[in-house]
Design a protein. Structure first.
Length: 352
């Protein structure tokens, strides 16, 4: 853990939403109006620790409020659920129940996790209420545009609402499931990890320690394949050390990297990296207005410190060999330079 703490800043500040970013969110239907804010949920009267099935402290606490406040809070959270998952139709509200409001004491975002149950069939799901942070919103939007996965989130003032991302937490998967996977499954997971690692590096999503991503098993004919996706976007384009964006330097990912080295030849690793870069380039080409708009917002925003920008510029020059990074003045310009580099290489190769 000490090694990771040297890589990652002890405390990342919360960056406000700029007028340009607010306009982007409104244009792309990410902004909404809700009757309860993140700060309102902080007024809980008490809490008890939440333990998992093995009696291990999850670092979440279950909150409780006064009876009068809880009724009002529950109704507001049900309305948020209908906005996030539907069209805000209030007809479904009588069939919803807020089973739990949990608060996480670990990490920068300190989110609330809301458990919503349909009383007709007992199906349940979660969503999260967090402080709206500009870098986190950029992370969510870049994931939506550049990854294979869509992101469902809403913003109102200083409150961010995020849909729950289903999957097995990476640390749990590595410890309890990976050792029992078959050889073909391990080779497939190694491939997926290489592509995930490349995707995070290219779009500058940092701190992908094993508990910040999930592994999702998918049944495909007569086999199970595994997909990996990020669940924490707090460290989007903030740190100056390039290693923070490279999963192989996180000690929690050691077993994954060891499996990659055992299961994949260097030629295969390079092939999967090229495949992922090509996919990102295709996504940019298919959604040019949206990616240009979000990058334009980033270029005129402050989501890091000047010393981090200067450090990352130099690290990227050493890593890629492209002196264009010298011209960059902020994290938005650095990310734009990376994406231009990836897109240019794709177009050069595909035109041959």
């Amino acid at each position: 853990m000490a090694e990771n703490q040297k890589l990652i800043s002890k405390k990342k500040p919360t960056f406000p939403i700029s007028k340009l970013l607010a306009a982007f969110l409104k244009k792309h239907n990410r902004s909404t109006k809700i009757s309860i804010l993140y700060d309102d949920l902080l007024r809980f009267q008490g809490a008890i620790s939440v333990f998992d099935k093995n009696d291990v402290d999850t670092l979440w606490v279950r909150t409780y409020y006064s009876e009068l406040e809880r009724q009002e809070i529950d109704l507001s959270l049900k309305k948020i659920y209908t906005l996030l998952h539907s069209d805000g139709n209030k007809k479904t509200i009588p069939y919803l129940n807020i089973d739990a409001i949990d608060f996480c004491t670990f990490g920068n975002s300190k989110p609330f996790r809301i458990k919503v149950r349909n009383i007709l069939n007992d199906n349940f799901t979660y969503f999260y209420v967090k402080q709206a942070d500009a870098s986190r919103i950029y992370g969510l939007e870049l994931e939506h545009i550049l990854s294979p996965y869509t992101m469902n989130y809403l913003v109102f003032k200083d409150t961010l609402i995020e849909e729950h991302i289903s999957g097995i937490p990476g640390d749990d998967f590595i410890e309890n499931i990976l050792p029992n996977c078959t050889k073909p499954q391990k080779a497939q997971i190694a491939k997926e990890f290489v592509k995930f690692k490349e995707r995070c590096l290219i779009r500058l999503l940092g701190d992908m320690r094993s508990y910040n991503y999930v592994v999702t098993p998918i049944h495909d004919f007569d086999q199970i394949i595994y997909k990996i996706r990020a669940i924490d976007f707090d460290q989007q384009s903030f740190e100056g050390n390039l290693k923070v964006y490279n999963l192989q330097f996180m000690k929690e990912n050691f077993n994954m990297m060891q499996m990659v080295s055992k299961k994949l030849e260097n030629s295969s690793v390079n092939q999967y990296k090229i495949e992922e870069r090509s996919y990102i380039a295709k996504r940019m080409i298919s959604s040019p207005d949206r990616i240009q708009h979000i990058i334009r917002c980033m270029k005129q925003d402050t989501i890091s410190f000047p010393k981090h920008v200067e450090r990352l510029k130099q690290d990227l020059i050493d890593y890629v060999g492209d002196v264009e990074f010298k011209k960059c003045q902020n994290m938005g310009e650095i990310l734009e330079t990376i994406l231009i580099f990836v897109k240019r290489n794709y177009l050069d190769i595909s035109s041959k």
